[in-house]
Write a protein that binds this ligand. Structure first.
Ligand code: IMP
Ligand code: MG
Length: 186
């Protein structure tokens, strides 16, 4: 069957059932770790974390709130992040004294999340942890502690399941490797 993404897809890196099985495991682990928490907030980093959070939240059996934060790095090249991070949308609830679990799509250099973490600590949460679907450890430049990782992957540009290719294709149910040849004429 033909799809709108075919020309951009080099290969499927993580298929839908593998993603969902791992998310189920993460949900069980988080349920166990936060069993005694009565003020858990899942904090999605928009936009990339939104698909992951919506599936992960449904695997977590601890009462919790959902909230969102949008950040962007400025002065950036299209596929690289920089050290300068700006908050485009702040969360709508206070985090003081609460258990905050950040939900991210992918950690690359780590600059974005290290800034978010630094900023959130100034608001005195009780705990602050990070859950990322994907991690590219080979690319790390900022020091950051990741508490939950779905999959560690090689340094390849990927898309789908929340991750965009020039803002498109976040809806794909799998993680695909971008066919870089398809972008050369854009
Ligand atoms: P960092 O600040 O370098 O860790 O950047 C992390 C952000 O870069 C992620 O939240 C994504 O939005 C984006 N990013 C990094 N690698 C990829 C990729 O392979 N595909 C799509 N977006 C990516
Ligand atoms: Mg992105």
């Amino acid at each position: 069957m033909q799809h709108a993404y075919d020309m951009y897809l080099k290969e499927i890196l993580i298929d839908e059932s593998t993603l969902q099985a791992r998310i189920k495991e993460l949900g069980a682990q988080i349920t166990q770790d936060y069993a005694n928490s009565n003020n858990l907030i899942l904090l999605c980093i928009l936009k990339g974390g939104v698909i992951f959070m919506s599936d992960l939240a449904r695997q977590i059996d601890v009462p919790h709130e959902l909230d969102f934060m949008a950040v962007s790095s400025y002065g950036k090249g299209a596929r690289e992040s920089t050290r300068n991070v700006r908050i485009d949308h702040d969360l709508t609830v206070g985090v003081t004294g609460k258990d905050v679990l950040i939900i991210e799509d992918i950690i690359d250099s780590g600059f974005t999340l290290s800034k978010v973490v630094e900023m959130l600590w100034t608001r005195s949460p009780k705990t602050l942890k990070i859950c990322t679907l994907l991690d590219k450890p080979a690319r790390r430049q900022a020091t950051i502690t990741v508490d939950y990782t779905g999959f560690a992957i090689e340094d390849k540009f990927v898309f789908g399941y929340g991750l965009d290719l020039d803002e498109k294709f976040r809806n794909l149910p799998f993680i695909g490797v971008v066919n870089l040849d398809s972008l050369k004429h854009d």
